[in-house]
Design a protein around this ligand. Sequence first.
Ligand SMILES: NC(=O)c1ccc[n+]([C@@H]2O[C@H](COP(=O)([O-])OP(=O)(O)OC[C@H]3O[C@@H](n4cnc5c(N)ncnc54)[C@H](OP(=O)(O)O)[C@@H]3O)[C@@H](O)[C@H]2O)c1
Length: 345
Amino acid sequence: MTTLQSPDTVQATLGWGIVGTGRISTSVVADLTQCAGAEILSVHSRDASKAAAFAEQFGAPRSADSYDELLADTGIDVVYIATPFATHHEMTRQALLAGKHVLVEKPMAMTANEVEDLFQLAAERNLFLMEGMWMKFNPAFNRLQEEIAAGSIGEPRSLRAMFGMPFPQDGGSRWDVKRSGSTLLDQGIYPVTLAHMVFGAPESVHAAGTVRSDGLDLAGHFTLEYSDGRFAQCAASTLEFADLAGSVSGTKGWMVLPGPFWATTSLRMHTGSWQNIIHAPEAIDLDREGNGYIPMLRGVSDAIAAGLTEHPVHTAADTVAVFRTLDKIRAAIGAGTPTLESNKQ
Ligand SMILES: NC(=O)c1ccc[n+]([C@@H]2O[C@H](COP(=O)([O-])OP(=O)(O)OC[C@H]3O[C@@H](n4cnc5c(N)ncnc54)[C@H](OP(=O)(O)O)[C@@H]3O)[C@@H](O)[C@H]2O)c1
């Protein structure tokens, strides 16, 4: 894998096209305005007046009435897609076919086969593609990996991570299997990605959950098992709270990622002497830049400037592997299995 240049040495300006004007897009694009070399050139919404208002809010010179119009804009180098995830495969495919680099919100698609399909296309076209898995760029996760590599907790043996919240039943996309329905794909992707970061792909998966009659998984809890008795215990739910903190435990201590673990700015180190491990953990506090997306956005710019087609922090292989595990969990709990055909809007 090619090493990235230092951010200080990367000066190229990248033209960005934004697709979708919802809450997450607003939050991420606000961070994009703070990234050196990022020029927000155009915005597409299904509603032309929303696109124009969003463009004005973030200083983009134009908006596009159709997705095709945005993709035909020769000034745009990279497209950020922040629409409900049942649309991601098709929209990402179209953007790659139009010659654009793509940053697509998590989850990149609905199945491992769809993800593989997209990375294959990106590689064929020599274009950069990444899922917006910002958690992996969070300084707390860099520190977590450094502490594990340094042996602070000894050999990592187990992990716990959950993301459960009783979201309002407002008819939004998370309640619609044809848009962003699936608590495992929407929320469960964070604990699964954390488990893959620490232990890699599991040898076996045990899962159970609550599935609506149309196949939408509303809640799931799962154990990922590895050799020598290592395991990750995880859960995701749209129905009730499940403690948002995470932890990684080893032979010499453990680390807590205070909730919400995927966005944490601190680590609690239960390491060192028995006194510190049990009664007086050390707190490590880290900075958050903007809304938390700046490290990821900077990573995308640097990777594109370096001519990479994937990012070393969240590679094609990493992404496919996480989706293979998600496929297994969804199958185990009896969630509807989406197909390329059924995802088309
Ligand atoms: N990284 C994070 O922190 C984070 C947080 C929350 C969500 N997400 C992810 O971001 C994605 C979007 O989530 P969200 O909660 O923002 O979803 P959302 O509010 O349902 O939709 C986002 C935007 O997509 C557009 N849209 C809606 N339905 C569409 C459709 N059928 N076809 C094309 N465009 C459509 C709309 O923008 P227009 O009206 O402008 O067309 C809408 O505002 C999901 O994949 C989700 O998992 C990421």
